[in-house]
Write a protein that binds this ligand. Structure first.
Ligand SMILES: [Zn+2]
Length: 110
């Protein structure tokens, strides 16, 4: 049972990575990317959270990590912008304000 759960996590994780490449790196539909990005980010962090719970770390670690995951998720969503011109994603480091310019074609981001 425990091993099935671990395999389940690995399968979901691989699907998330493949889905991310297909949707956010290869796709050209910027509107779709903007719509799916928060959903994708929240879902992948829920999976990470689930995996951490599965690992059963000491309670204090568990609480600290899960509490940290929430702002991290919000910041990941906020710090990633999709370019209208080339459709590529531009990410800023977590602690910085959202990117102003596309890192691929240098056009200003809305
Ligand atoms: Zn661009």
């Amino acid at each position: 049972m425990q091993e099935n759960l671990l395999i389940g996590f690995i399968v979901i994780w691989v699907a998330l990575v493949v889905g991310s490449v297909m949707i956010f790196q290869r796709g050209k539909d910027v509107a779709k990317k903007r719509k799916l990005w928060p959903i994708y980010t929240v879902f992948s962090n829920v999976v990470i959270g689930g995996f951490i719970i599965y690992m059963q770390p000491p309670t204090i670690w568990l609480v600290a990590i899960l509490v940290l995951l929430v702002p991290l998720t919000l910041l990941t969503i906020r710090s990633t912008k999709f370019c209208d011109s080339c459709g590529q994603a531009t990410r800023a480091p977590f602690f910085m304000k959202p990117p102003q310019k596309c890192s691929h074609c240098n056009k200003p981001l809305s």
